[in-house]
Design a protein. Structure first.
Length: 579
């Protein structure tokens, strides 16, 4: 049960001063809480024997007031230290998770659903925070506070009465340990179900346009209803076990009260304890209700925290398939070369790239064309170092890409993906994402290169227009040009356009390509596209088919050699003439 605390020992070591002071203050708080019942019992005995004087009563009242003030201050500081520490841990682990999410390769996201990762970064971290906050509190109160009360009952009143009254406690601890193990198992299952539901909600919101287009609202609503019902049922399995703790504690406490009242009355009649002592004993016994209840909470909180920590650590311990080299080199040029490269995705059953050989000198433009699924994007992902290199070598600036860090490779590259992912911010903020320190003049220049100037003027708030989540508030062509401007403002040594002109008309495409040619003299450009007009100017065009290069050369050379390129060019020319 307490393994979660050992797993978090690195944090307690880091914050040992905070937790040491908090524990000492908690122990001091225990003393301030157990003194009042003892004083009450002595006062009752003074009254019973007629020895309570005005002076003594005044001293007792002053002591009570002073004890209350001191107790308040002690409680304030230990709560601040303890619960502030739990917030620090949650924040620290959330930052670690975010850093992990940002550095992991695509293969990690192929294995893990977004909704489940969100659940680990929210619900699971909340459970861990509870463990190192409220969990530590219940641990201290269920041990030291209980021990302090029992010692006071035994030493100041009667050991015999204390032993008899506490006989039901071992039964409580045994049952709660069994319940704690069951809670751990069921809580893990419920958190997994919550992650599945999160993922389903995320997909439903992202695909809302498709859902409405196919009139699937009712079907999705029914599916979500069934899923939420399943999640509720799984959480209720946990809560049913959790609900057993308090009634069980109450029953055990009542048994202790019955024993204390019966046997205590007998001891009073025998003259072994006083009436004040019996009253104090019952007050102490009543104070034991919270520590005994805390035992139940402790099992519950620790088991939930343990299950959640295991889920979070499973992500943090995940090793990236792309590890940076120890002695990394920094590329000083922007030539791109593939030498006999073979590649296969981790989950693929067949080769995705076979014997790829390409040489692109600095300042040249490479065009990549081919039918859908031919391997164009896969080839580009090799340049971006998103997956481990298979067979062969890929080099940038004359250095093998395996000898470079992911960050160094991507610093040289401006990338426009075919998905055109935008953030739920303004147009200006999305463009500046490529270079946060860009000036307004540089932003305007990037917008001009992306042929987006007129569109900005037509937007409701110009550059300050919110694009909505993933750019839902603007058109596909506008999203593509904002993405291009975001890459162009970086002024990268290598610019990669992955089918990023498909949503613009031929005139706009021509303007963008012309701007890229003029602004990127001496820099390398890679363009993957279905529209051959975008790569006619390229220094080298490769035609992909089923992961292989079936043709390569310049535009005129490929037209003369016939094959897929000539056929596709004729079709596209015919289509433009019909328009």
């Amino acid at each position: 049960m307490f393994s979660v605390l050992f797993k978090l020992s690195w944090f307690f070591e880091q914050e040992k001063k905070r937790y040491l002071i908090a524990v000492l203050l908690l122990l001091a708080a225990n003393v301030t809480e157990i003194l009042p019942p003892w004083i009450i019992g002595r006062t009752i005995d003074y009254i019973n024997t007629g020895t309570l004087t005005r002076k003594l009563l005044t001293e007792i009242l002053v002591f009570f007031v002073g004890l209350t003030v001191v107790g308040y201050m002690i409680h304030y500081f230990w709560r601040y230290l303890l619960f502030n520490g739990s917030q620090l841990l949650e924040s620290l682990m959330r930052r670690k998770l975010m850093a992990k999410f940002l550095t992991m390769s695509p293969s990690f996201y192929e294995k893990n659903r977004t909704g489940d990762l969100m659940a680990r970064a929210t619900n699971d971290l909340s459970a861990i925070r509870q463990t190192v906050g409220f969990g530590i509190l219940t641990l201290i109160d269920s041990t030291t506070f209980m021990a302090t009360i029992i010692l006071m009952m035994g030493f100041t009143i009667s050991w015999k009465l204390t032993l008899f009254a506490l006989l039901p406690l071992p039964f409580l601890a045994l049952v709660e340990q069994k319940l704690g193990k069951l809670i751990h198992e069921r809580y893990t299952v419920s958190q997994d179900a919550f992650g599945d539901m999160n993922d389903d909600v995320l997909e439903s919101i992202e695909g809302i346009r498709v859902t409405r287009a196919f009139a699937q609202e009712d079907n999705l609503n029914n599916k979500f209803f069934a899923m939420t019902t399943d999640v509720v049922n799984k959480f209720m399995h946990v809560e049913r076990l959790d609900a057993l703790f308090k009634p069980l504690t109450i029953i055990v406490t009542m048994l202790s009260f019955i024993i204390a009242l019966g046997y205590g009355s007998f001891l009073v009649n025998q003259g072994e304890i006083t009436i004040g002592g019996l009253i104090t004993f019952n007050v102490y016994l009543n104070m034991l209700v919270w520590p005994m209840f805390a035992i139940g909470l402790l099992f519950n909180i620790m088991q939930r925290g343990n299950a959640s920590l295991d889920r979070v650590m499973a992500v943090l311990d995940e090793q990236d398939v792309l590890l940076d080299p120890v002695d990394a080199v920094i590329p000083d040029g922007h030539q791109v070369a593939f030498q006999h490269v073979d590649f296969q995705y981790p989950l693929s059953e067949t080769a995705n790239l076979t014997d790829i050989n390409i040489q692109v000198e600095a300042g040249q433009t490479l065009g990549i064309v081919g039918p859908t699924g031919s391997g164009k994007t896969t080839l580009i992902k090799q340049i971006l170092k998103e997956y481990p290199v298979g067979q062969g070598n890929i080099s940038l600036g004359g250095h093998v890409i395996q000898h470079m860090t992911k960050v160094d490779v991507r610093k040289k590259i401006g990338y426009v993906s075919q998905e055109n992912i935008l953030f739920s911010r303004t147009v200006k903020e999305n463009i500046k994402f490529g270079r946060p320190d860009a000036t307004d003049e540089e932003i305007q220049h990037a917008i001009h290169l992306a042929n987006f100037t007129e569109d900005v003027r037509r937007l409701p708030q110009g550059l300050e227009t919110l694009v909505g989540e993933k750019g839902i508030a603007i058109s596909g062509g506008q999203k593509q040009r904002i993405s291009i401007a975001r890459a162009m403002i970086k002024d990268p040594e290598i610019l990669i356009l992955d089918d990023s002109l498909s949503a613009v008309d031929a005139k706009t495409e021509t303007a963008i390509i012309s701007n890229i040619q003029q602004s990127r003299r001496g820099k390398t450009t890679v363009i993957a596209t279905h529209r051959l007009s975008a790569v006619q100017h390229a220094d080298l065009i490769v035609v992909m088919d089923r992961g292989k290069i079936v043709q390569q050369g310049r535009h005129q050379e490929l037209l003369q050699s016939g094959g897929w390129y000539k056929e596709q060019f004729d079709r596209q020319q015919l289509g433009e003439e019909e328009l």
